[in-house]
Design a protein around this ligand. Structure first.
Ligand SMILES: [Zn+2]
Length: 462
């Protein structure tokens, strides 16, 4: 529930649901597990000035029948005479966590044959939302190309009041979105694309238990191509941070977790997203994009409108990609903790970096996991000449990565310019004192080769 001050319009209250992971039970009695699927119909009795939406097909809007009166509300403000009833019908069976509705001051604009944008707030809000999501139909077609037919008829979008605490929620037929996705630069498209992908993985094929949540959060398809190397670098940082967060509870660094007696909200993390992404990408790199796409389509066709567990996915994978378990250690990926040893090389493709400026390189390098496998550090440098970059920030970011990764050959490259600069600075005496002090403090931590390099620099500047 959002009170008027928490909305964009500031006049009317707004109500919305958020049932994932286990909150459907707080709305109606149910077997609140994603293993179950339900159909439903609903009649929402709302103030006549407001409008309701639902993860369901829209029916009539009409006057209340006798016996459909709204229950009295405590202060009598919103339950007075003027009421309307909106009818909804959900024919496609969904897990309870995808049950959703909202009501408030909602305006709408058609933006495509299957898409209407709804938004809380004034006309400007719905208009900028309509501009932001003008490409929805194009996106659905891309999704159908990758995953097969779109099975939900409608792909409507609801922009919620600013107090909505999530980026997006993939409620079928009616995706919920935070208003921050309307920036006017089409960046909200990324959030919508993620929620749209759930139309296949998550909504059509659902994780059987919350322990299999990673299956929901991975549409995999085209990972290598559609997700820029930059994002992979940033994803790595997220993954590393989460590994750190769960270092005393490594169970939740697994893809398949044991959540017995655990509230899924408590252990929500980026791990199912990022580790799951790397797992599917590992498979894609092994078998190639085309075969991976074929596998994914077949998996969706085979299990649509069902709930599956990780083991079912793995069995289906082994059956359809014979020998995959010889090439990839599936057990380690799924039941192992931490980051698997054969996770993707964080090596961006030439065409991806062609447009990168220094800042993007810096961001990319800073976000790589540390320590990185030394051979990868060397490969990065061999391909992109980072140690000799003319951009000082890039050079430093790379050398820091190299040193943090224990690449001894870069120690001298890192230390030489630093010590030389200190010794040649205009305040000669000060620089010299600082260089000697620094070396005295850090000497122990340098590799013997690096110690020798610094010693020779210092002796030349006596
Ligand atoms: Zn998601």
């Amino acid at each position: 529930m959002a009170l008027p001050p928490q909305t964009s319009g500031k006049v009317s209250p707004f109500v919305y649901t958020q049932c994932q992971s286990i909150h459907a039970r707080s709305i109606f009695p149910c077997q609140d597990t994603p293993a179950a699927r339900i159909r439903y119909s609903a009649r929402l009795n709302i103030p006549a000035g407001l409008c309701a939406v639902m993860a369901a097909a829209r029916g009539r809007r009409r006057e209340p029948h006798a016996g459909e009166a709204a229950p009295a509300c405590p202060d009598g403000t919103w339950c007075a005479e003027d009421r309307m009833v909106e009818e909804f019908q959900m024919e496609q069976p969904i897990p309870p966590y995808l049950f959703a509705f909202a009501a408030g001051e909602i305006r709408s604009r058609e933006v495509g044959p299957r898409t209407c944008v709804y938004a809380e707030g004034g006309v400007e809000v719905v208009e900028s939302a309509a501009r932001e999501f003008a490409g929805a139909e194009e996106m659905i077609r891309v999704g159908e190309g990758l995953f097969g037919p779109y099975e939900w008829e409608r792909f409507d979008l609801l922009v919620l009041p600013p107090s909505f605490p999530y980026g997006g929620m993939e409620n079928p037929r009616m995706v919920f979105l935070t208003p921050t996705v309307i920036k006017g630069d089409a960046s909200g498209a990324q959030v919508v694309a993620h929620e749209l992908a759930h139309s296949w993985t998550g909504n059509l094929i659902t994780n059987k238990t919350n322990e299999d949540f990673w299956l929901n959060e991975n549409s995999g398809g085209g990972a290598g191509e559609d997700r820029a190397a930059l994002n992979i670098g940033i994803g790595w940082r997220g993954l590393n941070n989460e590994m750190e967060r769960f270092k005393n509870n490594m169970e939740f660094t697994k893809l398949k977790t044991n959540q017995e007696g655990v509230d899924p909200d408590e252990v929500y993390s980026e791990i199912p997203y990022e580790k799951g992404f790397h797992f599917l990408w590992r498979i894609e790199r092994q078998i190639g994009r085309d075969e991976f796409d074929r596998f994914l389509k077949k998996y969706i066709e085979n299990f649509k409108f069902q709930s599956v567990d990780t083991e079912t996915f793995v069995d289906f994978l082994k059956e359809n990609v014979p020998g995959i378990d010889q090439e990839i250690d599936l057990e380690v990926w799924i039941y192992g903790t931490g980051i698997p040893p054969d996770a993707a090389e964080p090596m961006p493709a030439e065409e991806e970096v062609a447009e990168w400026c220094g800042q993007e390189w810096e961001l990319y390098l800073e976000n790589l996991p540390k320590p990185l496998e030394p051979s990868l550090v060397a490969a990065l440098d061999a391909r992109f000449g980072l140690a000799e970059s003319g951009d000082w920030e890039v050079k430093v970011a790379f050398l820091q990565l190299a040193i943090a990764s224990g690449c001894k050959e870069y120690m001298a490259a890192y230390l030489r310019p630093l010590y030389t600069a200190l010794l040649q600075c205009p305040e000669k005496e000060e620089g010299k004192i600082l260089a000697h002090r620094l070396f005295a403090e850090a000497r122990e931590s340098y590799h013997p080769i690096a110690q020798g390099v610094v010693e020779s620099i210092l002796s030349r500047h006596q």
